[in-house]
Design a protein around this ligand. Structure first.
Ligand code: AMP
Ligand code: GLY
Length: 430
């Protein structure tokens, strides 16, 4: 089977790495990929993965590549091409592509759409309102005592959310999103939610349009610094499983979130084939949905795919073609931890082109895998940084403590100027 993966982050490197292990994968491309996806070897025939210099948002370029090379399956990593309709486009030209179509991708592309959907179908979420007018937004924020999450409606690369603790902060946040347009046109509409307290978990459900398979649990660390301080990022580290989620809570989430979501999709003729990834807060009043994403999480994917035992092409093919019935997910009993090494300054401005040292020293560590995100090769062939999140150092261990120790052992061997990482990944669970 010939497979095309779209995207260039750590998530895509993890997808490429796992797809390359399948006995059925005979050729694999990544558009545009990164220095880690380039040259990964296919287990089936020793062939190398090829990076293709086509951006994830260059839909016509991607289609032209598919027409010329006829992939049997295309796998979409990031949310932007999904909301731009890459799935609809590929399907219209007869290609099998994994990911939700444009209508279904609205769950992530529009927070207002998701919020209305959750209210309509009784999915537990934060008290909230959708506003396109500053005065009304302020009034609602005041009714919450200024304790809220102010969210730009559209896609803002996981950064369009401001958390506030009093009326003054809320006023400023609304101004920033709606008037100053800090997140661009995504801020034309805002969703304001009451601020929820509790532990946050990442849930993933692989869907085929009429059923879902729930992944094991994981937890991300969104803030830049230890102790959940600093700015929100795309994610600084993950671990799986997340041991504090009880079986009863999981059952409740299945009934109140996933089953109601599926019923709502049926009602609204939304054919969701792909990954639904709800961000959930475990509050004192039970689990509540903060948002829906319509793709694999990054860096959740890195820990999930280290633990997933199934053949990934087979699973994604079944999801894309509406045939998940009879499939069961099988997980490595061991735990996995991923520590993200980021460029100095990230999530704000950061330099690029810093030489990355130490990768050969960790290449042979057992049960450790370094997934590349923002990396490239310079003219001399050396690995250099080219993005904010640079590497996702991921390890498997007999338990969470061992996995985490192993990941940090590898992190200590890798170096690039100005790098930073959190030292407390998985600490909440240990
Ligand atoms: P989102 O993009 O909606 O997931 O928001 C990004 C992050 O902001 C989440 O992962 C949470 O850590 C935080 N957040 C979002 N909504 C809320 C809320 N209603 N209450 C508290 N924190 C929130
Ligand atoms: N792990 C955060 C995200 O993928 O949005």
């Amino acid at each position: 089977m010939k497979i095309l993966v779209i995207g260039s982050g750590g998530r895509e490197h993890a997808l490429v790495w796992k797809l390359a292990q399948s006995a059925t994968t005979t050729q694999l491309w990544c558009a545009p990929g990164n220095a880690g996806t380039d040259g990964e070897k296919l287990v089936a025939n020793g062939r190398q993965v090829e990076n293709i210099a086509i951006g994830a948002e260059d839909l016509s370029g991607l289609l032209a590549f598919a027409e010329a090379n006829q992939p049997d399956l295309t796998v979409v990593g990031p949310d932007n091409p999904l909301s731009m309709g890459v799935v609809d486009l590929f399907q219209a030209h007869g290609f099998t592509i994994w990911g939700p179509n444009q209508k279904a991708a609205q769950f992530e592309a529009s927070k207002a759409f998701s919020q209305t959907f959750m209210e309509t179908y009784g999915i537990p979420t934060a008290r909230s309102g959708v506003f396109s007018e500053v005065g009304a937004a302020r009034e609602f924020a005041r009714s919450l005592g200024g304790c809220c999450a102010v969210k730009a409606d559209g896609l803002a690369l996981g950064k369009g959310v401001l958390i506030t603790s009093n009326e003054e902060e809320a006023d400023r946040a609304i101004e920033q999103v709606m008037v100053d347009k800090s997140f661009g046109d995504a801020g034309k509409q805002v969703v304001i939610q009451e601020k929820l307290e509790g532990l946050e978990v990442s849930l993933h459900a692989l869907c085929d349009g009429s059923r879902y398979l729930l992944f094991d649990t994981s937890q991300d660390h969104k803030r830049a610094m230890d102790g959940d301080l600093g700015l929100n990022t795309g994610g600084m580290g993950t671990y799986s499983p997340a041991p504090f989620l009880t079986g009863a809570q999981l059952k409740q989430i299945q009934i109140e979130v996933m089953d109601r979501w599926l019923a709502g999709c049926k009602q609204e003729a939304i054919d969701f084939r792909g990954m639904l990834y709800p961000g959930i807060m475990l509050t004192q009043d039970g689990p509540k949905v903060l948002e829906f994403n319509a793709r694999f999480g990054d860096p959740e994917t890195q820990v999930y795919l280290m633990r997933l035992k199934n053949d990934l092409p087979e699973l994604l093919m079944a999801s894309a073609s509406g045939n998940l019935q009879g499939h069961e997910l099988r997980w490595d009993e061991r735990a996995a931890t991923c520590v993200v090494m980021a460029s100095g300054g990230y999530p704000e401005a950061y330099p690029k082109g810093k030489v990355i040292h130490g990768l050969p020293q960790v290449a042979d560590l057992e049960d450790v895998h370094v997934f590349h995100a923002g990396t490239a090769r310079d003219d001399s062939g050396a690995w250099v940084t080219s993005g904010g999140r640079v590497l996702g150092v991921t390890a498997l261990g007999a338990d969470l403590q061992k996995a985490t120790q192993k990941a940090y052992l590898a992190v200590e061997k890798i170096h690039f100027e100005g790098h930073h990482f959190r030292r407390d990944i998985a600490a909440k669970a240990l």
